[in-house]
Write a protein that binds this ligand. Structure first.
Ligand SMILES: Cc1cc2nc3c(=O)[nH]c(=O)nc-3n(C[C@H](O)[C@H](O)[C@H](O)COP(=O)(O)O)c2cc1C
Length: 346
């Protein structure tokens, strides 16, 4: 089987577009819609759909829409965390803490929210059925059967890792590439075990450490400009995955409140927090994080489902919603993807 990189190269040259060493990070929750992925791939990068939180039917529609744009289809899958033993009780307790915030926005909390595995089996079956070009995984190590079925469908497999140990496990199941997610990255940490805090290794140091594996390494986390991209490529990455730098792109499905927060809060720091979902994620510090970070249990995805009512009711308030962002967010600009990618290209 040709490597994923060879295949993307040949698609791009067939389509007559130049190849950029840039991958659009999968960004679940809205930003990664087909229009964004298509625009990135047409500009010579690789665009990603994000399967997380979507129903399998909604994912199928997005895959078909992207395939209709005649670009390679790449999809990211959330692997489920085991439900921690005391998760249900901890969520009831956390719901109690959250009551004042719920009351402020007029939301009703459901402390009995159920555990969900994000329908990952159905989604992998869909990827196999549609014979997508690339499948990447986060929140866990893909299992042998996943890699076997995807390879049989001609799909290249990428595992997202935050440490050498996780890369070791991914290499052992025969993935085609590893995505090295450093601590600067916006959104959720890819850590295989939600209970552990991800190591605070910088992206460039993780890329360097993962050179020991005989696998292509994609660098992700904290990219603000073309100098960051150049430095990560020089450190040994075959490509650089950018998320936050594309959140304000015209084609992204980022919510207006998230866009406004990115533009307005440039003097605020980003922090890692479990307050919204129970899993560590990096976002711009706001009132919700300040109030609830300390109380939040490591109980993904129940906490994510629990806080949804508050996030929906308070969707126009940047002090309420999760403003996921990497450390370089102050440099993120609006405009068409093709221009943003040009500015990021060394
Ligand atoms: C809003 C947002 C949503 C994200 N959703 C996902 C996701 O669904 N799957 C995934 O593997 N990574 C996700 N990430 C992490 C990205 O894949 C990537 O690691 C990160 O964006 C890189 O750091 P940067 O944002 O500083 O560029 C998300 C990041 C952001 C900012």
């Amino acid at each position: 089987m040709s490597t994923w990189r060879d295949r993307v190269r040949s698609w791009n040259s067939d389509a007559g577009i130049s190849e950029l060493p840039l991958i659009q990070a999968p960004m679940a929750g809205g930003p990664s819609r087909p229009a964004l992925a298509a625009a990135v791939s047409r500009a010579g990068g690789i665009g990603f759909l994000a399967a997380g939180y979507l129903t399998p039917d909604a994912l199928a529609r997005q895959i078909d829409e992207l395939a209709g744009a005649r670009v390679p289809v790449a999809v990211n899958i959330f692997l489920p965390d085991a439900d921690p033993p005391h998760a249900a009780d901890e969520v009831v307790r956390y719901a109690d803490e959250l009551e004042p915030a719920a009351a402020r926005v007029g939301a009703t909390l459901d402390p009995t929210v159920a555990y969900t595995d994000d329908a990952y089996r159905e989604k992998i079956a869909l990827l196999v059925d549609r014979r997508v070009a690339l499948a990447s995984f986060t929140f866990g190590c893909p299992q042998d059967w996943m890699v076997e079925q995807l390879h049989a469908a001609g799909t290249a497999v990428i595992a997202t890792v935050t440490s050498i140990e996780e890369a070791d496990a991914a290499a052992a199941v025969g993935v085609d590439a590893i995505c090295a997610q450093g601590t600067e990255a916006g959104g959720h940490r890819a850590t295989f075990d939600q209970a552990t805090s991800a190591p605070d290794t910088a992206t460039i140091d993780l890329v360097d450490a993962l050179r020991r594996f005989d696998l292509p390494v994609i660098a992700a986390g904290g990219v603000a400009d073309s100098r960051d991209v150049a430095a990560l490529l020089a450190a040994g990455a075959v490509a650089v995955q950018v998320g936050t730098a594309l959140l304000r792109a015209d084609e992204a499905g980022t919510s207006p409140t998230h866009r406004a927060g990115l533009a307005a809060f440039t003097s605020r720091p980003t922090v890692l927090t479990r307050a919204y979902s129970g899993r560590q994620a990096r976002g711009i510090r706001n009132r919700f994080i300040e109030e609830f970070d300390a109380a939040a249990p490591a109980a993904y995805p129940r906490v994510n489902s629990l806080t949804r009512a508050i996030r929906s009711a308070g969707s126009d308030d940047p002090e309420v919603i999760n403003l996921w962002a990497g450390t370089g967010f102050a440099a993120a600009r609006g405009g068409p993807v093709v221009e943003l990618l040009r500015a990021l290209t060394p």
